[in-house]
Structures are given as C-alpha cells and as structure tokens.
Design a protein around this ligand. Structure first.
Ligand code: SF4
Length: 260
C-alpha cells in the first residue's frame, strides 16, 4: 500500500516466541504470510493506537510503492503468524486496534482467519487495501471496523500507476463494496504530478464525490522509501495548486490533505 504511513519493522527472531503451528490442512500448515510488523503506531488507524501487520504479496507494481520488498510472495512466511499473534497478545491493554496492511492483505487467503483471531483478542480491526480482490474484500468487510481504500487514478487509467492491465476494474468493484458496506472508511489517493495531472485529479475527485464518497484524503507523493528515481526527482512543491485543494475540499464532507 502506498496509503500507509509506516514502513514495517521486521521483528528480530530472538524476540519472537517459538510455537508449533496449530492449523494443519491436507498435511500442510497454512496461515497468513507476514512480511513485517509495526508494534505501535498512532497514524495508521484514525484516532486509535494500533499495531500494523504487513501482509506479504501484491499483484500490482506501482512505481511509488513504499514497500516494494513486500510485493513478491515467498513460499514461506518471513514471520510466522502464530508468532505475530503472540506479539499481539502481549499488546493487549497497550493498543486499541490491529491494522492489516501490506503489500495487499486481501491477496492472502488466510486473511479472514487472521482477522478473526485478532478480533478475538479484543482489538478493533483496520484494513489498508489497494482494491485488488473484490470478492475477498466483500467477505472480510463485516469483520472490519475501518478501512483505508486506495484510489489510484481514474479507473480507466489504473495501468499507468499499477503497471497491470485492467487493474481499475477490481478497484472500482472494491470501492462499490466499501460504500455499500456501511463500514467506516477513508478513500485516499497518492498523487504525483507526472502520474495524476491536476485536471485528472480533479476529474477523479468529481467522480468519487458523485459516487457518494464522503471521506477523501489526498496524499501528495513522498520520495521516502520510493525506488523510482524519475518520480523522486520531480518537485511536488507546487502540486496540487491551492485553488485545486480548495475546490477538492468543497466536494467532500471530510477532506484531508497530507503533504510533507
Ligand atoms: S498496490 Fe501494491 S505495488 Fe501498489 S503501492 Fe500498494 S503494495 Fe505497492
């Protein structure tokens, strides 16, 4: 996800308890593939102190991705879910929520099971998603308290960002699922002037407002953690213009501009 505000910190092996795997299916253990954990953050779930679980894998290849090391899925999970869950148990009373982020958490078939286990510990559940898997998103939405959904561009133009053909189709389906669900949400766009010129950014905002989006955040591109030098070297100092920001803020009941 480009929408998240933290990068994962891999936990040192020595800090992780060693347990045998409790779930075995067809002779093979299956659980969430976790690439990293942030044990404490105040910025990834609005108004809540949270831990963030960074799920491994993403089918898209956005140039501005802050966690490209999480895009590929490896055969084994870098961190065992059982150990992550044990960490979460030790966070009871210290944090309010667990956020599943990535990579793309809805890519993982074990997401629902992991969410239920975290919820059983008493945590609120947040999800960061790019909108890649509408069917899995629909199945987990009833388990969520909040979702941050990335909207990368006009839905016909997603390939420009994700480098994957027709990726706007599942993204649009995911947005419709979120809006229909009643789950608290934020739609957010990471915007770079070379990827989303001001005219296209405004057209996207108009479309989202017309679809019924009430909570929209514009996150201006940050070079920190981005491997794309062409994007990194372009100045975003005057982007977007103050006039456009004012028009955008008038389109949504809740509008947030994030720019550093
Ligand atoms: S959708 Fe995937 S590739 Fe794009 S920013 Fe998010 S994690 Fe990175």
């Amino acid at each position: 996800m480009a929408g998240k505000t933290q990068r994962p910190s891999l936990l040192p092996e020595a800090t992780l308890p060693q347990h045998s795997s409790p779930v075995v299916m067809a002779g093979r253990h299956r659980s969430l593939k976790v690439g990293g954990v942030t044990p404490f953050t105040a910025t990834d779930y609005p108004g809540q102190l949270a831990a963030v679980v960074f799920v491994q894998g993403c089918p898209w290849r956005c140039g501005y991705c802050h966690n490209p090391h999480l895009q590929a899925r490896t055969s084994d999970s870098p961190l065992r879910w059982q150990d992550v869950r044990a960490l979460l148990e030790r966070r009871i009373g210290l944090i309010d929520a667990v956020v599943f982020s990535g990579g793309e958490p809805t890519m993982d078939p074990c997401l629902a099971e992991a969410i239920l286990e975290a919820r059983a510990l008493g945590f609120k559940i947040g999800l960061h998603s790019g909108g890649t898997h509408p069917d899995r998103l629909r199945s987990v939405l009833p388990m969520l308290d909040w979702i941050g959904l990335d909207i990368k561009a006009g839905f016909a133009d997603y390939e420009r960002i994700t480098r994957i053909r027709d990726s706007g189709v599942p993204a649009l389906a995911c947005l419709k699922e979120v809006l229909a669900s009643g789950v608290a949400y934020e739609c957010r766009t990471t915007a770079h002037p070379d990827l989303l010129p001001e005219g296209e950014l405004e057209a996207l905002a108009v479309k989202l407002a017309n679809m019924g989006v009430k909570n929209y955040a514009l996150q201006v591109f940050r070079a920190v953690g981005c491997n794309d030098e062409a994007l990194n070297t372009r100045s975003v100092r005057d982007y977007p213009s103050a006039a456009l920001v004012e028009r955008l803020s008038g389109m949504f009941p809740v509008f947030t501009l994030r720019k550093t």
